[in-house]
Design a protein around this ligand. Structure first.
Ligand code: BGC
Length: 551
C-alpha cells in the first residue's frame, strides 16, 4: 500500500491551537557560513546571535537553523553524534540558550533542524549496534544479511551515489545508508528508537525552541521486507538527486515515503509539540508523488507545513511557478506549504533565472514574489541581499556530494560560502580568519553594510515590502487565482474577505503589459506603471496593486 492516500478522518489529528506560523516569513540560517564570533573561520552560535538583528530588522517572523549538533562534519552537521549537544566548533548549549533568548527578545521564533532518520556512524548508538547481532541496540539501525552471492540485499541506492548498503565486518551484515556511508539509517520500526527520538525533541522543547524542521523525514521508514525498487519510467522530479545520478533511475517505492510515517512517528511527535503549545513542525517532503504525500502529512498527518522542492531546482520561470502552486493548491485542502527558492542544498535563485547576471531588479523580484505566494515563504541567508551562486573550483569544494559527482554536478558549496557583512573588510567581515570555505569575492558589492546605506538596495526594498505584507492578510493568508498572461509574465490575485490584491511580475527581463478590468491602487512596485486599464512593466518589473479601489 503506497503512502499517497489521504488519511481516514478518524486517524487525523485536530488542528493546532496556535497558528502563528501560517503566512509567517521564515529565514533559514546555515550557521557554519553565517557569522564567525570567535575568529576561527567557522560560523558559530555566538556570531549568529550578534547578527540576529539583521534578520529581525528585515521583518522575518522566525528562523530555521540548520544543524549545529555534535558531528564529525562528514555531511556538514547532518551526521550527528549527539542530538542534544552543540558541536564545539559552533559553541555550547549556553551559547544556544543565549541565542534563543536574544531571538525571542527580538520577536523571532526559532526552529531547529531535527534529523531523525539517520545518525553519524560515530554515534554511540551505532558503535554499539554494529558490535554484534545481540547487543541491546542491535536493531536500532537497518541491518541485513548479504545475498548468497555476497552482494547487498536489494537494489537500493544512496542519494549521494552508489549502493545504499555498506558492509560491516563485525556483524558480517550490511547496514542501510540513504546518504553517506557515514550516515547509517536509524530503524524507526523499533519503538525504542522512536522513544529515543521523541526524547531528543523533548530536550529542545524544554529549552524553548518554537519548532522543528524535520530533515529527510520521508527516509525515516523503509519497507521491512526490503523489496527492490522498480526502475523509473517517468522523468525525474525535483529534489534530491544530482543530475545524472543513478538514484534518479529508480522509483523510490520501498526505500522512502512509507505509510507508517504518520501514525508511528509524525503524529506522536506532533502531540508532544502540541502539549507545549505554539510549536510547529515543518517537514522536508521531496520526490515522486510528493504533492499527494504533502497533502496527507499536512491534513492531520502530523506535519503543520511541508517544505517542498518544486521551486528549488531548475530554471525559475513563470509557468513552473504557476504549475507548482496551482497543482499543490488543488490538493492541499486545509494543509499548508512552505515555499522556498533557495536553501543550503540548491543553486541560489538569482543563478536559476534565464539571465547570466541578473540586475538588482530581478534579485529583488525573487524574494518579493516568493512572499506573495500562498503558504509560508522561507528565505535563505543571502536571498535578502540578492546573492548569486558562488562559482568554485574543484579544489575549493567541501561537499562530499559535489566531490562525488564532479564535474557533472558541482554540489552544494556554491550556496554555502560566507555571508558578506562588510564590503571593505577581509573575508567580507564574516571572520577575521581564513574561512573554512573561501569567501566569494563578487559578493562584496552586495555586502550588508552597502545595502543598509542604500534605500534602493534589495535588502532595504525587501524590508519595506515585508512591512507592507505584514499588514495585508490577503497576502499572508488569502486564496490565490492565477490570471492568463503570456510567459514570461506571471500574474495572480490574492484575496481574503473581499480584499483583492493583484500581483504581477516579469520573470524574463523583457517587460510587458497586464490588462486590468477596473480601478487599482498601486501598493508596492518596482519598474511598473499602473494606469486605468493596465500595468506596464519595465524589464524585471513587478507590482502589487489593490483592486476595486478598496482599502
Ligand atoms: C539536507 C541535506 C542533507 C541530507 C541528509 C537533506 O534533506 O537538507 O543537507 O545532506 O538531508 O541529512
Amino acid at each position: 500500500m503506497r503512502a499517497t492516500r489521504p488519511l481516514p478522518r478518524d486517524r487525523r489529528l485536530p488542528p493546532r491551537r496556535d497558528l502563528w506560523w501560517r503566512g509567517a516569513v521564515l529565514y533559514q540560517i546555515w550557521p557554519r557560513s553565517f557569522a564567525d564570533g570567535d575568529g576561527d573561520g567557522i560560523g558559530d552560535l555566538a556570531g549568529l546571535t550578534e547578527r540576529l538583528g539583521h534578520i529581525a530588522r528585515l521583518g522575518a517572523d522566525a528562523v530555521w537553523i540548520s544543524p549545529f549538533y555534535a558531528s564529525p562534519m562528514k555531511d556538514w552537521g547532518y551526521d550527528i553524534t549527539d542530538h542534544c549537544a552543540v558541536d564545539p566548533s559552533f559553541g555550547s548549549l549556553a551559547d544556544f540558550d543565549r541565542l534563543l533568548a536574544r531571538a525571542h527578545a527580538l520577536g523571532l521564533r526559532v526552529l531547529v533542524d531535527f534529523v531523525p532518520s539517520h545518525t553519524s556512524d560515530r554515534h554511540p548508538w551505532f558503535l554499539e549496534s554494529r558490535e554484534d547481532r545481540t547487543n541491546p541496540r542491535a536493531d536500532w539501525y537497518v541491518w541485513a544479511d548479504p545475498r548468497p552471492d555476497g552482494t547487498p540485499p536489494n537494489n537500493w541506492l544512496s542519494v549521494f551515489g552508489g549502493p545504499a548498503w555498506q558492509w560491516e565486518p563485525r556483524r558480517r551484515q550490511y547496514y542501510l545508508h540513504n546518504f553517506l556511508k557515514e550516515q547509517p539509517d536509524l530503524n524507526l520500526h523499533r519503538p525504542e528508537v522512536r522513544e529515543a527520538l521523541l526524547a531528543v525533541a523533548r530536550f529542545w522543547l524544554e529549552r524553548g525552541v518554537d519548532g522543528f524542521r524535520l530533515d529527510a523525514i520521508e527516509f525515516a521508514f523503509h519497507d521491512p521486507r526490503l523489496r527492490s525498487n522498480p526502475p523509473r519510467r517517468a522523468p525525474p522530479v525535483p529534489g534530491g538527486a544530482a543530475p545524472g545520478s543513478p538514484w534518479a533511475m529508480q522509483e523510490h517505492r520501498f526505500d522512502k515515503g512509507r505509510a507508517e510515517l504518520n501514525a508511528l512517528f509524525l503524529q506522536p511527535l506532533w502531540r508532544l509539540t502540541e502539549a507545549y503549545g505554539g510549536r510547529v513542525l515543518l517537514g522536508e517532503v521531496t520526490g515522486d508523488r510528493a504533492r499527494a504525500r504533502i497533502a496527507r502529512h499536512t491534513n492531520g498527518g502530523g506535519l503543520d507545513m511541508a517544505y517542498g522542492f518544486d521551486l528549488l531546482s531548475g530554471t525559475i520561470t513563470a509557468s513552473r511557478i504557476r504549475e507548482a502552486v496551482d497543482a499543490m493548491g488543488a490538493r492541499i485542502g486545509r494543509g499548508w506549504m512552505c515555499w522556498a527558492f533557495s536553501n543550503h542544498d540548491v543553486r541560489r535563485a538569482p543563478s536559476r533565472l534565464r539571465h547570466p547576471d541578473p540586475p538588482d531588479a530581478a534579485r529583488l523580484l525573487l524574494p518579493v514574489l516568493l512572499c506573495c505566494l500562498p503558504g509560508s515563504p522561507c528565505l535563505y541567508q543571502g536571498d535578502e541581499l540578492g546573492l548569486e551562486e558562488a562559482e568554485l573550483s574543484f579544489e575549493d569544494l567541501r561537499d562530499p556530494f559535489g566531490i562525488a559527482f564532479w564535474p557533472r554536478f558541482a554540489g552544494r558549496d556554491g550556496c554555502r560560502t560566507p555571508m558578506p557583512w562588510r564590503a571593505d573588510a577581509a573575508q567580507g567581515g564574516f571572520s577575521t580568519a581564513r574561512p573554512w570555505i573561501p569567501f566569494y569575492a563578487p559578493h562584496r558589492r552586495r555586502a550588508v553594510d552597502r545595502q543598509y546605506a542604500d534605500p534602493n538596495s534589495v535588502y532595504e526594498r525587501l524590508r519595506i515590502f515585508l512591512a507592507f505584507r505584514r499588514g495585508e492578510p490577503a497576502l499572508r493568508l488569502g486564496d490565490i487565482r492565477f490570471l492568463e498572461v503570456p510567459e514570461p509574465l506571471l500574474a495572480f490575485e490574492r484575496s481574503r474577505r473581499g480584499r483583492r490584491l493583484l500581483c504581477v511580475f516579469d520573470l524574463g527581463g523583457e517587460g510587458g503589459r497586464v490588462r486590468m478590468g477596473g480601478a487599482a491602487e498601486p501598493r508596492f512596485f518596482s519598474g511598473a506603471a499602473v494606469h486605468g486599464t493596465g500595468i506596464d512593466l519595465a524589464p524585471w518589473g513587478f507590482a502589487v496593486v489593490l483592486l476595486d479601489g478598496e482599502g
